[in-house]
Write a protein that binds this ligand. Structure first.
Ligand SMILES: [Zn+2]
Length: 206
């Protein structure tokens, strides 16, 4: 391929990947608010003591107790909620990590739950607080990089495939009606190998 062709294909691939990133974030955010849990589609499973402790220690605010009392993970198609429970002298504490995205989780936020509750500004880390009237009260902005990359590539490839199928179908339909596959120009009375309108090669009709 010539250099310009490489540039063109590189630009297209980059554009498709950018579209994949946008789709990934849109799918992740569209699933925020489905984390109430317990409903259909959720598959809860116990969290190992080591995994609960790791979540607890990586996300623990300084005023939370140092020990966990266990935890669990609940998954649905596009969301994962992992909870580590703790107990301090002040009362029960929980750290929830909420992950969103499909097919892999790509965006995450951390939610601190205590009884009595923390002030609103301290209940989340890695989230935009929206006020919660139309949007969910918190929308994540922390990125799970492997998930974002895999989702973006997968969704970009899926989008390109859909576009290719649609345009192949359109070309087939135009040719079937005796028109140029490239532009739809009526070629039934034209005896040429190239379309006079767009220059596309015309396939001889049998
Ligand atoms: Zn044409």
């Amino acid at each position: 391929m010539r250099r310009t062709a490489w540039w063109r294909w590189g630009g297209r691939a980059l554009g498709a990947f950018g579209g994949g990133v946008v789709l990934t974030v849109a799918i992740a955010w569209a699933n925020v608010g489905r984390h109430a849990g317990g409903g259909s589609g959720w598959r809860p499973e116990p969290l190992t003591a080591a995994a609960a402790m790791q979540l607890w220690q990586t996300e623990r605010p300084a005023d939370f107790a140092e020990q966990t009392t266990g935890g669990h993970t609940a998954r649905s198609v596009a969301c994962t909620v992992t909870v580590a429970f703790g107990r301090s002298a002040g009362g029960p504490e929980a750290i929830c990590e909420l992950r969103y995205g499909w097919p892999m989780r790509a965006m995450r936020m951390v939610n601190y739950r205590t009884n009595p509750p923390l002030p609103a500004t301290r209940q989340f880390r890695g989230a935009f607080l929206t006020g919660g009237s139309i949007l969910p009260p918190a929308v994540p902005w922390l990125v799970v990089w492997p998930g974002l990359l895999v989702d973006a590539v997968f969704l970009a490839a899926a989008s390109v495939l859909v576009v290719m199928l649609v345009s192949a179908g359109r070309r087939w339909w135009r040719r079937r009606r005796g028109r140029c596959g490239g532009c739809g120009y009526d070629t039934r009375l034209i005896d040429a190998t190239r379309c006079p309108e767009c220059g596309a090669t015309l396939r001889p009709r049998s």
